[in-house]
Design a protein around this ligand. Structure first.
Ligand SMILES: [Zn+2]
Length: 65
């Protein structure tokens, strides 16, 4: 299972974007400069789909997976 979160300085950081089509909970993976959704197959160029890692608190980490 690929980790889409990292813990840094006690903060939860989301490193991958959610798929705009599939919605929250479905991550896209970085592939050759593209974000690629493993569920619907949509691809978005990383220069167009500009994603910044989101910092979240430790609260609300779900065990979904
Ligand atoms: Zn998708």
């Amino acid at each position: 299972m690929v980790k889409h979160y990292i813990i840094k300085d006690g903060k939860l950081i989301r490193t991958n974007p959610f798929c705009p089509r599939c919605g929250a909970g479905v991550f896209m993976a970085a592939r050759g400069g593209w974000w690629s959704c493993g569920k619907c197959g949509d691809r978005y160029h990383q220069k167009i789909f500009n994603f910044k890692a989101e910092i979240k608190s430790n609260k609300g980490i779900s065990g979904e997976g």
